[in-house]
Design a protein around this ligand. Structure first.
Ligand code: SF4
Ligand code: SF4
Length: 132
């Protein structure tokens, strides 16, 4: 058996019955610093299944909770495993949410109100107004 096949089998066992990391994407965004940035984050958080988080390196991300179209949701397996994108290949179980005891996020915003509270706590004087 080739080394790649062995590695794939190992991954399959480690990921047994789990598909968490194929159910969302996270895209890096700039740290918000001004009213336009705050507005944009509020706008993102007003959408269903969209979250924003800050990781332990203080990098900011917008997260879309949406499954990959190549995930077989019954078997929880990738249907293009041998041809999966590099970002999927680079992802390690040792860093994943299932095997890592601490959460990947330092700060997690699920709603616009979560983010407004963060601004209040930081004493950032910002009034969100739907009627501009
Ligand atoms: S890498 Fe981790 S989160 Fe992703 S499927 Fe495997 S065990 Fe689940
Ligand atoms: S391509 Fe495969 S491994 Fe990558 S996110 Fe989609 S289902 Fe998961």
């Amino acid at each position: 058996m080739s080394e790649e096949k062995k590695e794939n089998l190992k991954n399959l066992r480690l990921c047994d019955n789990c598909d968490l990391c194929c159910r969302y994407i996270a895209v890096g965004i700039d740290k918000p610093t001004n009213k336009t940035d705050y507005d944009n984050i509020i706008w993102q958080l007003l959408h269903e299944n969209v979250n924003v988080f800050v990781d332990h390196d203080n990098d900011w991300y917008v997260e879309f909770m949406t499954p990959c179209s190549k995930l077989d949701q019954k078997t929880k397996l990738c249907t293009i495993y041998d041809d999966r994108p590099k970002i999927c290949r680079d992802y390690k179980q040792t860093d994943c949410v299932r095997y890592n005891n601490s959460p990947a996020e330092k700060i997690y915003f699920k709603t616009a109100d979560d983010f407004k509270k963060y601004l209040e706590d930081k004493k950032i004087n910002y009034k969100f107004n739907f009627k501009k």
